[in-house]
Design a protein. Structure first.
Length: 148
């Protein structure tokens, strides 16, 4: 049995090739985890914004039910100022709602409050998708007041 006298090249076998493969899969795994955390954070923030928007619409609708409804009966005008004041009061009641901007409007019949809510949200790992300062989120809600 004779041996081949020629020297073998240094990298002729597969030794050491698993380390780059493991590192590559580790980086892919980190990216998947970061994307899942970011998506979960965006979903949670959107749900919270929708909740604030629903509350603002209900607060505005409650303003129609009270003195504003009687004012409308006396003057024949829609109580938009009272609705907007009620919405702003609702937002001011909790510091967590301060970042939300709400535009309240009334329907043509004056019985339904329409709330258009916007917020700028900071997301974890948002820099990975090209939004390092966060994203803008939007929600709409409506509530019907009881006009007597």
């Amino acid at each position: 049995m004779s041996r081949d006298p020629r020297p073998r090249p240094k990298f002729a076998d597969d030794r050491g090739s698993t380390i780059p493969l493991i590192l590559g899969f580790f980086l892919i795994g980190l990216m998947v985890v970061a994307a899942a955390v970011m998506a979960s954070d965006a979903f949670t923030q959107q749900r919270d914004l929708q909740s604030v928007c629903d509350g603002a619409a209900v607060a505005g609708a409650n303003a129609i039910d009270g003195p504003a409804a009687r004012t409308r009966e006396l003057t024949g005008t829609l109580p938009l100022a009272a609705v907007q004041a009620a919405v702003q009061s609702y937002l001011a009641a909790d510091a967590g709602r301060a970042e939300v901007s709400v535009l309240a409007a009334l329907s043509a019949d004056g019985a339904t409050v329409l709330a258009d809510c916007r917020a700028h949200t900071e997301l974890a790992f948002a820099g990975l998708i090209g939004h390092p300062d966060g994203i803008d989120q939007h929600a709409r809600s409506q509530a019907q007041g009881i006009v007597r």
